[in-house]
Write a protein that binds this ligand. Structure first.
Ligand code: GTP
Ligand code: MG
Length: 215
C-alpha cells in the first residue's frame, strides 16, 4: 500500500472564493457568508487513487488580503501544486493573477528547480451576466505566464470543482514521477496554457474525505 502526501496551495485576491472552493471540495459545502481568511487555513482531502495508492492532499487556503502578503514565502514552502483563482466578474482580480504567479515562481520550485504545476481558475461562472473578461484574454495570460491552463468554475453551483482538482492531481503526479526518476520533467513554464477540457481528465477516484483546521 502506497500513501502519498502532497501540499497544494490556493492563492488569489480576497473574495474570489478560495475558502468556499476548499470547503466545497472537501466537505461538499461552500459555507455561506464571507469571512476573510486570516493568514492560512488548512484542510485535508484523502483520495483513494487506485487499489494500492492513497493520496493525501493537504490544502493550504491562503488569505488574499494584502496585509498577509509578507507571509507568502512561508506558506508556499514545500508546495507540490497550486491553484490561482480569480473572480470572472472582476477585472482587478484577473489582473492580479500575474502578480500571484510571479510571487509563486520566485519563492517556490520543485526539487529539480522547475516551477510547480499551477492551474488558473476563473470562479463565479454562475454570474454570467456580469463577465468583463474575454476568454481570449485568459488564454493569453495563461500562455504568457506559465500556467498549465485554465478552467471556469462555480463553487456556488458546484461546477468543475472536483474536475479541476482531478486535472491538477494528474499533472502533479506527472511532475512527482519525473522528479522521482530524476529525468527532465515537463517544463511547466513554457508551451502550455489555454482552456482545459475537463471531461477528458477523469482519473482520480475520490473515495473518502475529511478536513481539519490547524490555524
Ligand atoms: N456567486 C458566487 N459567489 C461565490 C462563489 N464562490 C464564492 N462566492 C462568494 O464569494 C465570497 C467570498 O468567498 P471566500 O471563499 O470567502 O473568498 P476568499 O477568496 O477565501 O477570500 P479571502 O479569505 O479574503 O482571501 C463569499 O460571499 C462567497 O459566498 C461562486 O462560485 N459564485
Ligand atoms: Mg478565504
Amino acid at each position: 500500500m502506497t500513501e502519498l502526501l502532497f501540499k497544494v496551495i490556493i492563492i488569489g485576491d480576497a473574495t474570489v472564493g478560495k475558502t468556499s472552493f476548499v470547503k466545497r471540495y472537501v466537505n461538499n459545502h461552500p459555507g455561506r457568508d464571507y469571512k476573510p481568511t486570516v493568514g492560512v487555513d488548512f484542510a485535508l482531502k484523502v483520495i483513494k487513487y487506485s487499489d494500492d495508492t492513497t493520496i493525501r492532499l493537504q490544502l493550504w487556503d491562503i488569505a488574499g488580503q494584502e496585509r498577509f502578503s509578507t507571509m507568502t514565502r512561508v506558506y508556499y514552502k514545500g508546495a507540490a501544486a497550486c491553484v490561482i483563482m480569480f473572480d470572472l466578474t472582476s477585472q482587478q482580480t484577473f489582473n492580479s493573477t500575474i502578480k500571484w504567479k510571479r510571487d509563486l515562481d520566485s519563492k517556490c520550485t520543485l526539487p529539480d528547480g522547475k516551477t510547480i504545476p499551477c492551474i488558473l481558475v476563473g470562479n463565479k461562472s454562475d454570474l454570467s451576466s456580469t463577465r468583463p473578461i474575454e476568454k481570449e484574454a485568459i488564454d493569453k495570460l495563461c500562455r504568457e505566464n506559465g500556467f498549465l491552463g485554465w478552467t471556469e468554475m462555480s463553487v456556488k453551483e458546484d461546477v468543475n470543482v472536483s474536475e479541476t482538482m482531478e486535472y491538477l492531481l494528474t499533472e502533479l503526479l506527472d511532475c512527482y514521477k519525473d522528479n522521482e526518476e530524476k529525468v527532465a520533467p515537463k517544463n511547466t513554464s513554457t508551451d502550455q496554457g489555454g482552456f482545459i477540457e475537463l471531461t477528458s481528465h477523469k482519473t482520480a477516484k475520490e473515495n473518502t474525505s475529511r478536513s481539519g483546521c490547524c490555524s
